[in-house]
Design a protein around this ligand. Structure first.
Ligand code: HEM
Length: 497
C-alpha cells in the first residue's frame, strides 16, 4: 500500500466518478441502439439497411470502447489510491480523448450513416460505400484520437507499477516461479493488471499500424493493401481488447471480494503460472476468427484452435477455484456487490464456454457467422464484465458500509439478470437455428423457416431488452444519486474508499 494525501485521493475519486457518470449515461443509449436493431429484425419496426448498419457500427464500437475505458478508469483508481502513484493529468487527458473520439464516431454514424461495422473491414469502407467519404475519414481519426488517450493511460499505469514494484518481470509475478516464495508479496491486482495491460498495449500498437494504413488509403485512394494482413491486425486488436477488458475486471474481483469474505486472496506459484500462460495464449487465440479465410496459412488455423482452448483454461480455472475458496463457508452477507461478483464470474464462465465451443474448427463450420457468435461475446460482456463494473460502482458509493439499504437496486438487479439472460438465450437459439448474424432484415433469407424463426426470436429478444432496461433504471435511481452526492464538495468529509 502506498501513502497518498487525502487531497490526491479526492482528486482520483472525482475523476473516476466523472468516468462512471459518463459511462452510466452512455450505456443505456447504446443498449437502445441494440433494441432498435432487434425490433427491426423482429419486423416490429422498419429502418433502411443503411440505418441498421450505422447503428450496429456505433453500438459495437461504442460498447467495446466504453467498457474498456471504464474498466481502465476503475483499475487506475484502485491502483492510484492503493498501490502506485498515478498522474491525474494523464487520467483527464485519456477522458477527454475518449469523449472526443466518441463524439466523432456518433457524428459519422448517426449523421452520415457510416456503417462499415466495428471492424471497418478492408476494403469495405472505401469500396461501394453508401456513406460520404468524409465520414470514413472522421471514423478513422476518431478511433485514433480515443486510442491514443487509452494507450497513454495503459503505458502510464504499467510504468508506475513497474517503478513501484521493481520492474516489468516483477509486476508480471515472475518471482513466484522460483522454488521459494518471494520475500515481498505482490498484490494480485498488480499482476493481473500487468497481464491485461501489456496485451492491450500490443493491441493498440497493431491498431495504430492498421489505422495509419487506412488513413493513407483515405488520402491516397490509388494505394492498395493486403486484405488478409488488415484482417489479422483488426482481429488481433478487437479480440485482444475485448478479452483484456474482462481480465481487468477480474483484477478488482481479486481485490474487493476478500473485503466481503474476510479471507486473503494471495498470489501463489500456481496463480502466477496460470495468469502468465493466459497472457501468452491470449495473443494467438484471435486466429479462430479467420477459419473461413482459406488463404490464411493452415498452421495458424490449428494454432488458433489450440490457443483458444489454452487461453480459456488457466486464468479462468484458478479464478473460479479462487471464488469458490473465497465463498465456501465464509458467512458472507449477500449484499449487491458480492452478488454481482458471483453472477459476473458465472457469466464469464458461460460466455467463455460458448466461445470455446465456437472456436472448435469442426463446430465453427456450422456456427460461423450465425447469431451464436454475438451470443457468446454478449454473454461475457453483459453478464460478466458489466456486472463487475456495476459491482465496482456500488463499492465506490459505499454499498459495503451500507448493506441494509440496497433493496431497490437488488430488485433492479434481478430484473436485469432475467432480462439479459432471456435476451442472450434468443441469440443462442438463433445460432442453433442457423439464423445469420449482421442481417438487418431476415426477410432477405431465402429459407422461410429460418426467416420466421429469426424474426420471432428477435421479437422475444426485444421484450427481454425492455425488461433489462427497466432493471437497469431501478439500479440507476440509487447509483446516480449516490455518485452525484460523492462528487460534491460536501462529500469531502466522507471516507474515501
Ligand atoms: C443489452 C445490451 C445489448 C443489446 C440489446 C445488444 C444488441 C445487439 C444486436 C441486436 C446486435 C446485432 C447482432 C446481429 O444481428 O449480428 C449487436 C451487435 C454487437 N454488439 Fe451488442 N448488444 C448489447 C450489449 C453489448 C455489449 C455489452 C457489447 C460489448 C462489447 C456489445 C457489442 C456488440 C458488437 C461489437 C456488435 C457487432 C457484432 C458484429 O460485428 O457482428 N453489445 N448487439
Amino acid at each position: 500500500m502506498i501513502q497518498i494525501s487525502s487531497v490526491e485521493k479526492r482528486q482520483q475519486k472525482k475523476l473516476v466518478i466523472l468516468w462512471s457518470i459518463t459511462f452510466l449515461i452512455l450505456f443505456p443509449l447504446l443498449v437502445t441502439l441494440g433494441l432498435l436493431m432487434r425490433l427491426n429484425q423482429g419486423e416490429w419496426m422498419r429502418m433502411s439497411p443503411g440505418t441498421f448498419y450505422a447503428l450496429m457500427t456505433l453500438h459495437g464500437l461504442g460498447m467495446a470502447g466504453s467498457l474498456f475505458s471504464i474498466a481502465l478508469a476503475a483499475i487506475s483508481y484502485l491502483i492510484a489510491t492503493r498501490y502506485a502513484r498515478l498522474n491525474i493529468g494523464v487520467g483527464y487527458f485519456s477522458y477527454v480523448s475518449v469523449v472526443l473520439g466518441v463524439l466523432g464516431l456518433a457524428i459519422a454514424s448517426l449523421y452520415a450513416k457510416f456503417g462499415a461495422g466495428w471492424y471497418l473491414l478492408y476494403p469495405l469502407p472505401f469500396t461501394g460505400a453508401n456513406w460520404p467519404a468524409w465520414s470514413t475519414g472522421l471514423t478513422i481519426i476518431s478511433i485514433i484520437v480515443l486510442g491514443i488517450g487509452l494507450l497513454i493511460n495503459c503505458l502510464h499505469v504499467l510504468y508506475a507499477l513497474a517503478k513501484e514494484y521493481g520492474g516489468i518481470t516483477r509486476i508480471a509475478g515472475w518471482q513466484y516461479f522460483k522454488k521459494d516464495p518471494p520475500e515481498k508479496e505482490l498484490p494480485s491486482v498488480v499482476m493481473i493488471s500487468t497481464i491485461s495491460l501489456v496485451p492491450a498495449v500490443l493491441a493498440f500498437l497493431a491498431a495504430s499500424v492498421m489505422l495509419i494504413m487506412y488513413l493513407l488509403k483515405y488520402f491516397e485512394p490509388s494505394l492498395a493493401f493486403d486484405p488478409l494482413l488488415l484482417k489479422n491486425l483488426t482481429f488481433f486488436f478487437g479480440h485482444t481488447l475485448v478479452n483484456v477488458t474482462m481480465y481487468i475486471g477480474v483484477g478488482w474481483l481479486y481485490t474487493l471480494l476478500p473485503e466481503f469474505t474476510h479471507r486473503d486472496w494471495k498470489i501463489t506459484k500456481v496463480t502466477a503460472i496460470a495468469w502468465n500462460a493466459t497472457f501468452f495464449f491470449i495473443l494467438f487465440a484471435y486466429f479462430h476468427h479467420l477459419y473461413m479465410d482459406f488463404v490464411q496459412p493452415l498452421p495458424l488455423q490449428y494454432a488458433g484452435q489450440l490457443a483458444s482452448y489454452f487461453s480459456a483454461i488457466p486464468a479462468t480455472a484458478v479464478t473460479m477455484f479462487g471464488v469458490i475458496v473465497q465463498l465456501y463457508h465464509s458467512k458472507i452477507k449477500w449484499t449487491i456487490v458480492p452478488l454481482m461478483f458471483l453472477l459476473g464470474t458465472a457469466g464469464w464462465a458461460i460466455g467463455g464456454f460458448a466461445a470455446v465451443v465456437d472456436s472448435t474448427i469442426s463446430i465453427n463450420k456450422v456456427l460461423h457467422n450465425t447469431l451464436w457468435v454475438p451470443a457468446h461475446f454478449h454473454t461475457y460482456m453483459l453478464m460478466g464484465i458489466l456486472l463487475f463494473i456495476l459491482a465496482f460502482f456500488y463499492y465506490l458509493v459505499g454499498a459495503k458500509e451500507d448493506p441494509g439499504k440496497d433493496q431497490k437496486p437488488k430488485l433492479g438487479f434481478w430484473l436485469f439478470v432475467i432480462g439479459s439472460y432471456s435476451f442472450l438465450l434468443m441469440f443462442y437459439l438463433g445460432g442453433l437455428n442457423s439464423v445469420p448474424r449482421r442481417y438487418s432484415d431476415y426477410g432477405g433469407i431465402p429459407l422461410k423457416n429460418v426467416h420466421e424463426t429469426g424474426a420471432h426470436l428477435a421479437q422475444a429478444a426485444s421484450v427481454s431488452i425492455c425488461l433489462l432496461l427497466l432493471g437497469l433504471m431501478l439500479m440507476y435511481v440509487t447509483l446516480f444519486t449516490k455518485l452525484l452526492r460523492s462528487s460534491r464538495p460536501a462529500a469531502q468529509n466522507e471516507t474515501v474508499l
